[in-house]
Design a protein around this ligand. Structure first.
Ligand SMILES: [Mn+2]
Length: 370
């Protein structure tokens, strides 16, 4: 049994909107075409795509939808394709389910077990839904987590009429570095994964990595470097299984290279020539400078591959340091404080936070009385 495991295509992604806008769809289409070429040679029995095929949940571009549809159709000519929707995916993706018997789309409500017939035997596929932060807040973390663990247990003890049991999910596990845009998804414990599965195919985290060995659970990673935090190679996984062994290989895909060039301590006169050197080994460049210099920034932004210039001292982003999202008030307080810290002296911040605190207390008293 040979599986191709891929995820996080992010078709339609538009990067660097605040500085130099780049539509990444053509780039993604090219990487997908390389994936399809390799798949033809590898001749898998099944292709699993574990979420985030389309980047924009709402109003995705026509070309982004078409890119994914073309890729799924081409892959389905090689082997049955199963897609598990991720947090980014456009809701309309479920309609692709009707295109061909060889394309199965799991998402939006129906996460029941699927039996897939392949040339090398039957696969029982267990899809676990992605849990958004929003869902967690509305239903309560404990309740959502209990239900997820319950589902996993049910999957683990299930004894299907199949040769292999595969768990597939666009999910976040504790201890794994989250994608940069994900602040609030629920984290599952690795121990929740039962030992009855032959393989666990994961999506959401963009760097290829193993989560556990028994059963083998892997993130395939994204197929492009989505943002400047992603410096690792991109590719997909080929999983070969028989009754005794599972062998997992990472195969590289040719993708554009994103590079951050830190020139904080470089002399101003050298900066342009330093960047010109870097354009040979990178496709998109982010430059970090020590201070704001409009003239220099204008010159840098004229270089085709430079997509953003960051000023080091201004680089303070709000990342809440909290254990749980039950206390939204704490998150809000931290957020306000992080903004004030950019421009206000400590005594003013203290005063502002005191006023905010009083307002909150007042609001909760009013709520109790009403
Ligand atoms: Mn995701």
């Amino acid at each position: 049994m040979r599986i191709i495991h891929t995820a996080d295509w992010h078709s339609g992604l538009i990067s660097w909107r605040g500085s130099k806008v780049k539509n990444r769809t053509n780039e993604i289409r090219e990487v997908l075409s390389s994936l399809i070429d390799q798949a033809k040679v590898l001749n898998p029995d099944i292709v699993l795509v574990v979420g985030d095929l389309i980047h924009y949940k709402r109003n995705p571009s026509l070309e982004s939808i078409r890119t994914v549809l073309d890729a799924l159709e081409n892959l389905s000519k090689i082997a049955p394709v199963v897609v598990i929707a991720g947090n980014h995916d456009w809701e309309g993706i479920v309609t692709y389910d009707r295109i061909s018997e060889d394309i199965t789309i799991v998402g939006h409500g129906d996460y029941s077990e699927r039996i897939i017939d392949t040339n090398s035997g039957k696969i029982a596929l267990y899809p676990l839904p992605y849990i958004s932060g929003k869902m967690m807040l509305s239903k309560g973390k404990e309740k959502v987590l209990r239900s997820l663990v319950g589902t996993l247990k049910k999957f683990d003890v299930s004894n299907p009429n199949a040769d292999y049991k595969i768990l597939a999910s666009h999910a976040m596990f504790r201890g794994i570095t989250k994608p940069s845009e994900d602040l609030i998804s629920i984290e599952l414990e690795k121990e929740y994964i039962g030992s009855s599965f032959s393989y666990v195919a994961l999506g959401h985290v963009h760097a290829f990595q193993k989560v556990i060995s028994n059963p083998p659970a892997y993130y395939s990673g994204s197929i492009i470097q989505v943002d400047f935090s992603e410096n690792e190679d991109k590719g997909f996984l080929i999983v070969d299984m028989d009754s005794w062994n599972v062998d997992v290989k990472f195969l590289k895909l040719p993708h554009k290279i994103l590079k951050t060039v830190n020139l904080v301590s470089e002399a101003r006169d050298n900066i342009i020539s330093r960047i010109e050197e870097e354009t040979e080994s990178a496709d998109y460049i982010r430059v970090v400078l020590s201070g704001r210099d409009s003239d220099l920034i204008r010159k840098l932004m004229k270089i085709e591959k430079v997509v953003s210039v960051k000023i080091e001292e201004e680089d303070r982003k709000f990342t809440p340091q909290i254990e749980s999202f039950e206390d939204m008030r704490k998150v809000f307080f931290e957020y306000v404080k992080s903004h004030l810290e950019k421009s206000s002296p400590p005594d003013k911040i203290e005063k502002a936070m005191r006023i905010l605190q009083e307002a909150f207390e007042r609001a909760s008293i009013d709520k109790t009385m009403a």
